[in-house]
Write a protein that binds this ligand. Sequence first.
Ligand code: CP3
Length: 323
Amino acid sequence: MMRQAGRYLPEYRAIRSKVDFLTLCRTPELAAEVTLQPVDILGVDAAVIFSDILVVLEALGLEVTFEEHAGPRLSRTINQASDFVPLAHGQIAESLSYVGESIRMVTKELNPRNIPVLGFAGAPFTLAAYAIEGKTSREFLAIRKLMRTQPSEFTRILDRLAEAVAEHLIAQIEAGAGAVQIFDTWAGILSRRDFDQYVAGSIQKTISMVQQKHSVPIILYVKNSHHLIESLSYTGADVLSIDWRTPLQEARRNAGMHVAIQGNLDPSILYCPPSIIQDRTRKMLLQHKNPGYIANLGHGILPDTPVENARAFIDTIKAWRYE
Ligand code: CP3
């Protein structure tokens, strides 16, 4: 599940009450501990390393703060690639070495139990959206304006981010991540034509840089991706993770057979009573009869989800057998 360690777990809140979010990310012992919580509490099949997509921007010289209930804020915004601090090759991995350290601690624990650890990173466009807007946005006017008025500078920004993201993912794989997920959460704001022209190349670049070094599966998530699925299927990703708006059968039709599909229960269904969660989860599972499917939510678990409802979701999946 996306955000499978998080505020819906009392065990997580107990640790979070003592440290702020970024300190938690940067302290491998604590990050490892919260990463393991959902594995033991819910019985999920994989651990998602506890970190955030915005740590790459910190490594590039943009300070990030998380205000309670306000989401992330950046200390400054950028509008050209040279606004990032110049870093030599290897320095991203070095300044984010705490993520690798957390992964090593978690894999040491989970390897003997045959449970893989997933690494992740933000995609260039979504990271650029935070770097250019300075915060989460509704309309993303600043990044859209830059894309229209200074397309070559926009491309240089994505290019710089593609390299940084690849370096971060490679370091996570080398620390033990068995698969990695790339989040291009906001790319769905673009038309397919603009996505193909301005953004697809940056995802392809990240993916091919990782694949030149390693052959672990790469999962790509885009929210609101209904119109982009065919394009996403040609980025080189092995798995497309889709939100709840697109029926799985339709996602499969648009993606073709060369990628696996992940998703896509609406996280708000976990507010329903367990019998309804079971029913809706089974309906989700029924849509995908062939192999090459990973059951999941369509976006992050909501912070006030009852734990027993998250468990009903996981238990239904684990009990499921295709005829
Ligand atoms: O278990 C996991 O999935 C691993 C951890 C994870 C987090 N963030 C931890 C987190 C993952 C995979 C992310 C990805 C992430 N972060 C994305 C892409 C996925 C998505 O949600 O679309 C984005 C856009 C971010 C940026 C970000 N980080 C935002 C917008 C916020 C605020 C959200 C909120 O509800 O306040 C965060 C903070 C954050 N990242 C939390 C967690 C558990 C909440 C921190 C807390 O207060 O304890």
